[in-house]
Write a protein that binds this ligand. Structure first.
Ligand code: BG6
Length: 496
């Protein structure tokens, strides 16, 4: 893959905090290696690692080379060979003094021109302290026309109040324009294609409203369990891990009003407006009727028996943490009032699928096909985010033959029809942060509004001492989720 000339990083020192950690090894270094292969990281880009693990520059360079699969790109070899490493505590002023010296050396040797991108690949509790220390050391202020940016990953806080606390800590050193909050779902090719689908075509927008749409369903289903992340997941759960960020971000892009331009602020303004139009489920009765949680138990087949969540390493044997969430939301604005939006996510479901589906209203009358409408699934437009990235339009078609029978047919578009390969989400976000394009990053007001939607439900569940509904691994969640949508006379897609 080649990158466009304007998709090349400007001169910059890319500083990774948490350089010896898991995220760096699994996601960041392989993404950087691929970017270096596309020519996106010119010689004026230098790599600096910061972490508590003692390591020399050469050992860090070696770690960079070791963590990429396959033959290593020549430019990556060069970046790794010149990589610098700062070892020290994240709250120790000496670490930042040393970092300042190393970055000044990079300016001198590589021409990084005083520009810095700090990627905080550390546990979230360190985001605030690192930002404050960078600020105190005078390392968060750009020099002249240059730039200094801080990249942080979700979770952005634990609830609305702690998100506000984190915001205060980050903004003690960085302005909002300098903060790049990652939601890697936004960098997925098909999620971005939502914008092309809606706004680069004229055929979809006229039907994108309550006149034509009966309901919207967003599914983020995973077959994996929590694996080795039990300790983290115990205090997180599916609502914080997936709904508060990935689901609400995809939802807002799918349902927002057309932005006045493709400028980052115009798009983010529309997303936050949409989030504001979602009425939080506030009282207990409303939450009971419109939100379902669940936890997986042992299940699967004799050959592939999967352990229950409470038996996973690092999980409390009496845990009430949810590994499944289903909710019925309403967007109260001119376009969507009266169209339910069903969202569903879970670990250990029968299929790995992330999709957004729009089901259309039934035809008002089907005199030619008595009984057909009830038997057919509704017409639907389905955006498959992963796997098999693509788009399907499902509709009724006549079955060949003498009888007039109607059956579901579909028109499919697959991303495989493009010769170009989709970049990995991390390649996209790292390069955008280096270039300074904030479109795919989340603004502080979006974070706050998303917490406002999920907080009341989580508080209600935390206060509920009834046992959490259970579902067997490799099934589509607890029966309560099916009952919730069935009350509206509808059913989940992929539910059998
Ligand atoms: C992460 C969650 O944000 O997204 C994980 O913390 C989840 O629990 C992952 O598995 C899913 O991402 P993807 O890109 O594999 O769909």
């Amino acid at each position: 893959m080649n990158v466009d000339a304007d998709r090349r990083s400007p001169p910059c020192a890319l500083v990774i905090f948490g350089a010896s950690g898991d995220l760096t090894a699994r996601k960041l270094l392989p993404a950087l290696e691929r970017l270096s292969g596309y020519g996106a990281l010119p010689p004026e880009v230098a790599l600096v690692g910061v972490a508590r693990t003692p390591m020399t520059d050469a050992e860090f360079g070696d770690l960079c080379r070791r963590n990429v699969p396959g033959p290593v790109e020549p430019r990556w070899k060069e970046l790794a060979a010149t990589a610098r490493y700062v070892h020290g505590g994240y709250d120790d002023p000496a670490t930042y003094q040393r970092l300042a010296e190393v970055m000044a050396e990079c300016d001198h040797r590589h021409g990084t021109a005083g520009n810095r991108v700090y990627y905080l690949a550390t546990p979230p509790r360190l985001f605030g302290p690192i930002a404050i220390s960078l600020g105190k050391a005078g390392l968060s202020t750009p020099a002249g026309d240059g730039f200094v940016r801080a990249v942080v990953e979700k979770p952005f806080g634990w609830d609305e109040a702690s998100a506000r606390g984190l915001y205060a800590e980050l903004s003690s050193a960085f302005s909002e324009e300098q903060i790049f909050r990652i939601d890697h779902y936004l960098a997925k090719e098909t999620v971005q294609n939502l914008l092309a689908l809606r706004f680069a075509n004229s055929i979809f927008e006229p039907i994108w409203n309550r006149t034509w749409v009966d309901n919207v369903q967003i599914t983020v289903a995973e077959t994996l369990g929590v694996g080795e992340r039990g300790g983290f997941y115990e205090t997180t759960g599916a609502m914080r891990d997936i709904v508060q960020n990935h689901v609400l971000q995809v939802l807002s892009l799918f349902l927002m009003e057309p932005p006045t331009s493709f400028h980052a602020e115009a798009i983010r303004d529309e997303k936050v407006k949409l989030l504001r139009a979602i009425q939080p489920l506030d009282d207990e009765a409303e939450i009971a009727a419109n939100a379902v949680r669940g936890q997986y138990t042992r299940g699967g087949t004799r050959d592939d028996l999967m352990r229950g969540y409470r038996d996973e390493p690092g999980v409390d044997p009496l845990s009430a943490t949810e590994t499944f969430v289903a909710m019925r939301l309403e967007v109260q604005n001119w376009r969507w009032t009266g169209v339910p939006v069903y969202v569903r996510t879970g670990k250990r479901l029968p299929a790995r699928v992330t999709e957004v589906a729009m089901e259309f209203r039934r035809p008002p009358q089907l005199p030619l096909f008595p009984g057909t409408a009830e038997r057919l699934d509704p017409d639907a437009l389905i955006v498959r985010v992963q796997p098999d990235e693509g788009l399907s339009l499902r509709f009724g078609a006549k079955v060949p033959g003498h009888a007039f029978r109607v059956q579901k047919a579909s028109m499919d578009f697959s991303y495989e029809s493009f010769e170009e390969q989709s970049p990995d989400a991390y390649e996209r976000v790292i390069l955008d942060a280096l270039i300074g394009d904030p479109t795919l990053f989340i603004r502080a007001d979006e974070v706050g509004r998303s917490w406002r939607i999920v907080d009341p439900v989580m508080q209600c569940w935390a206060a509920d001492d009834r046992p959490i509904p259970l579902y067997q691994a490799a099934t589509w969640g607890p029966p309560e989720a099916t009952a919730m949508i069935a009350r509206d006379g509808r059913s989940w897609r992929h539910s059998s």
